[in-house]
Design a protein around this ligand. Structure first.
Ligand SMILES: Cc1cc2nc3c(=O)[nH]c(=O)nc-3n(C[C@H](O)[C@H](O)[C@H](O)COP(=O)(O)O)c2cc1C
Length: 162
């Protein structure tokens, strides 16, 4: 089995999630950060995990574009999809549904809402003002759901099979 995690991460949370997820993998997992690296060829992988994060209601455009462009190929893979986010409940589910197409969501064996963090140290002045005024956040908060990441890992890496 060969696995790749393709992700984007503005302040490092979706990357942290990818690294935590990789810890649960029984075999080598390649990581590709689409902000820094070219989109990979998917031919060599049978398991593909796509992860991104939500800012002002949307996932990174490059992740959406990659999913769109490679949808037919992703539908032939063992697929996992995850998001980092801070809104909870129905809103988080809605953001997930808006981020990934229905065919990909229906095909995915693992779907993850991994929570997120507000890291004010990594934000510039304007972004700090934005999260303060739009979201009422004036201090750093970490709310990464490691249990959700582990549950996702158990499914995507077949850890529960006997
Ligand atoms: C400017 C800004 C806008 C955000 N907008 C949303 C949002 O609309 N919905 C949400 O659930 N989380 C929102 N968040 C929270 C992010 O999804 C959260 O910080 C996440 O951990 C970011 O992951 P990343 O560091 O991998 O990009 C926002 C965060 C920032 C800084």
């Amino acid at each position: 089995m060969s696995t790749i995690i393709i992700y984007m991460s503005l302040h490092g949370c979706a990357e942290k999630a990818a690294l935590i997820l990789r810890e649960f993998a029984p075999e080598k997992v390649d990581l590709v950060n689409l902000s820094l690296q070219d989109p990979p060829e998917l031919d060599n992988y049978d398991t593909v995990i796509i992860g991104g994060s939500i800012h002002m209601g949307t996932i990174q455009g490059k992740i959406a574009g990659f999913c769109n462009e490679h949808e037919w190929e992703l539908l032939t893979k063992r697929l996992g999809l995850y998001l980092c986010h801070m809104h909870e409940g129905d809103e988080a589910v809605q953001q997930f549904n808006d981020s990934f197409s229905k065919p990909l969501r229906d095909h995915a064996v693992a779907k993850g809402l991994f929570g997120g963090e507000f890291n004010l140290d990594k934000m510039g002045h304007n972004e700090k003002m934005l999260v303060k005024t739009a979201l009422g956040v004036d201090h750093s908060i970490t709310n990464i759901n490691v249990k959700a990441i582990e549950g996702f890992g158990r499914v995507i890496f077949h850890l529960d099979k006997s």
